[in-house]
Design a protein around this ligand. Structure first.
Ligand SMILES: *Cc1c(COP(=O)(O)O)cnc(C)c1O
Length: 221
């Protein structure tokens, strides 16, 4: 199927409250443009350098989401344009995002990545650490960032019961942390679900799915 058909298919089945992030990592500009021509405006990349290169070549009404692990020394390259950073997992990183955002007189929206998978390879903070961060005095000083939700990645497994329990955990963490509302913290978004598990993620309360291969085809690295 074509990228356009894939997008139409996925969108036709999405509830209104769920936002689709088209994950275009490793894919050429021509593929992104095909998605753009079909109306897609939100793209997700997991490498800052690659996202910057694509940002420069693509139309400027696109919202760019950084979905990968963020190295602090690279935040400056995307601070001017990035729309949402999904993988925020420390106060140190938030401080750097705040600093770079202020240079551009922007407020950058962020999601806290919660570790919900058993695999060691997945990044993220514990629900407890996220709670401590949201309650901290240091967070209140950061006026150029806004925490707007949580993100999580389930274990890579065929075991639906396990995936469901990880998604349920993210949803219950969200419900709990949502009660902490401040100037720069208002949790609205639950970013969970990828090509293999997004219908289940939506059933479990996802409001934002990150879909790559189901739109653009398998990636070869
Ligand atoms: C690559 C990636 C996705 C998309 O994966 P697919 O299985 O191709 O849909 C989603 N989220 C993150 C964080 C990713 O790195």
């Amino acid at each position: 199927m074509s990228i356009k058909k894939n997008l139409q298919q996925i969108k036709s089945e999405l509830p209104k409250h769920v936002t689709l992030v088209a994950v275009s990592k490793t894919k050429p500009i021509s593929d992104l443009m095909e998605a753009y021509s079909s109306g897609q405006r939100i793209f997700g990349e997991n490498k800052i350098q690659e996202m910057v290169e694509k940002y420069e070549q693509m139309p400027k009404d696109i919202q760019w989401h950084m979905i990968g692990h963020v190295q602090r020394n690279k935040v400056k390259y995307m601070a001017e344009f990035v729309n949402l950073i999904h993988g925020v997992d420390s106060l140190k990183l938030l401080k750097e995002i705040n600093k770079q955002a202020s240079k551009h007189q922007r407020t950058i929206e962020c999601l806290l990545q919660i570790k919900i998978a058993e695999e060691d390879s997945k990044f993220g903070m514990s629900a407890k650490d996220a709670e401590a961060l949201l309650k901290s005095e240091s967070l209140k000083q950061l006026s150029n960032i806004k925490i707007v939700g949580l993100m999580g990645m389930a274990t890579f497994t065929d075991d639906q019961t396990q995936i469901k329990s990880e998604f349920d955990f993210l949803k219950s963490t969200f419900n709990k942390l949502k009660t902490f509302q401040t100037e720069n913290c208002d949790l609205q978004i639950i970013s969970m679900g990828m090509s293999g598990d997004y219908p289940l993620a939506i059933d479990c309360g996802s409001t934002m799915i990150r879909v790559g291969s189901n739109i653009f085809g398998a990636r070869d690295y």
